[in-house]
Write a protein of this length. Structure first.
Length: 387
């Protein structure tokens, strides 16, 4: 999976988009291995780095229509009354997108570093802004702009979580005075077919909106540190390099996800498959990011693949890791964790996602046709996944 980036800070007049996207920002980065496709089949991922996310909201809204008033209800008047004007789907879509854009766009900011630019959005009146971890990188300070022709404001990086590709930055509260923070929706309530609007700064352009629908749920993508991000929202709203860190919004203008990656299928831009880190993940990690730390996560230390008969087959037990210390090895097939069935690697990841380092779990595996269970003491997730 490659992440999408801009090629550097935009200049005016607006630059011609680069012929190809190179991560990160202006400097080449080591190629990252393509993530194993999820059970839902998402693959060939490229992350949305700096730039604007344009997305239009495709949604059906009820518009008031009526029949011209009659002269006291006489049949003749009713018969001659003109029929209600037809309202096309494009008109309804445009009305909805305009409404969401007008409400949410003032809260969407351009985020700039020395190497490039991305997008972020205001989440509180203290000046806290959410963006992607791969947008801020290792920077301790970035710059943000609330309006296309507005002033650049310094923003301090509060915290970065590479495992969810999220970061929190903060500007002086005065810079955000009068700007309404965006509300985080409950992403567990999002359904396929819901309207989706993306707002951001793609390819160095000024603030842009694009629209579509939620086209898939429960996707899995690869975080910048090589671990998996789950419960990801898929959308067909066009997003491109520079949209990273921008909001994916519902029909009410609430944030349902943070635009992070796109599937490219060998192209240089959007092919209608984008991925957003869910808003509930933002709600979960943001308090710790604001305190300057990333959440601690349990670590099992297994690399697995789908097993032919169901389960997660161990490709490698990380040397010195918790699972290896408990005796698990390549070729074992994990079938249960604490009595919870494991049908594939995604189930294995979910089985420990609510556990903490130091917790003990019972892992059941089959080895050579025989079943055995071992107790594993979970460790701390390392900064980078083992290749």
């Amino acid at each position: 999976m490659d992440r999408l980036w801009t090629d550097g800070p935009p200049t005016r007049p607006q630059p011609t988009p680069p012929p190809r996207v190179r991560p990160p920002y202006a400097e080449p980065a080591p190629a990252q291995p393509a993530p194993a496709p999820s059970r839902n089949g998402s693959r060939w991922l490229a992350a949305v780095g700096g730039g604007t996310v344009s997305a239009a909201l495709v949604a059906a809204v009820l518009l008031g229509t009526g029949i011209a008033g009659d002269d006291g209800g006489s049949p003749a008047a009713a018969a001659t009354a003109p029929p209600p004007a037809a309202v096309s789907g494009d008109d309804r879509r445009g009305d909805l997108v305009r409404s969401v854009y007008a409400s949410a766009s003032p809260s969407v900011v351009s985020v700039r570093t020395e190497g490039g630019s991305g997008t972020g959005f205001l989440v509180d009146r203290d000046g806290t802004i959410v963006t992607n971890a791969h947008v801020v990188g290792d920077a301790q300070q970035v710059q943000v702009r609330f309006e296309d022709d507005g002033e650049l404001h310094d923003a301090r990086v509060l915290g970065v979580d590479a495992s969810t590709d999220l970061a929190a930055i903060r500007v002086d509260a005065g810079a955000a005075q009068g700007v309404r923070p965006l509300e985080l929706a409950d992403s567990d309530r999002v359904q396929v077919g819901d309207s989706a609007v993306a707002i951001g700064y793609p390819l160095g352009l000024d603030r842009t909106a694009t629209a579509g629908i939620v086209s898939g749920l429960e996707r899995e993508i690869q975080a910048p540190n090589g671990f998996s991000i789950d419960k990801v929202i898929q959308t067909d709203a066009p997003i491109n390099p520079g949209n990273s860190g921008g909001p994916l919004l519902d029909a009410s203008g609430r944030v349902i996800g943070v635009n992070s990656q796109i599937a490219t299928a060998g192209s240089q831009g959007s092919v209608g498959i984008g991925f957003a880190v869910p808003s509930n993940t933002v709600s979960e990690v943001l308090p710790q990011l604001e305190q300057g730390s990333a959440p601690e996560r349990a670590y099992l230390g297994l690399s697995t693949a789908p097993a032919a008969g169901g389960g997660a087959e161990v490709a490698q037990a990380t040397p010195g890791g918790p699972a290896a210390a408990a005796g698990l090895a390549a070729g074992d097939v994990v079938t249960e964790v604490d009595g919870e069935a494991v049908q594939d690697p995604e189930d294995l990841a979910r089985a420990i996602e609510d556990d903490a380092p130091g917790d003990r779990v019972r892992v059941t595996v089959t080895r050579g046709g025989a079943e055995r269970s071992v107790e594993v003491t979970l460790g701390d997730r390392p900064a980078q996944a083992t290749p």
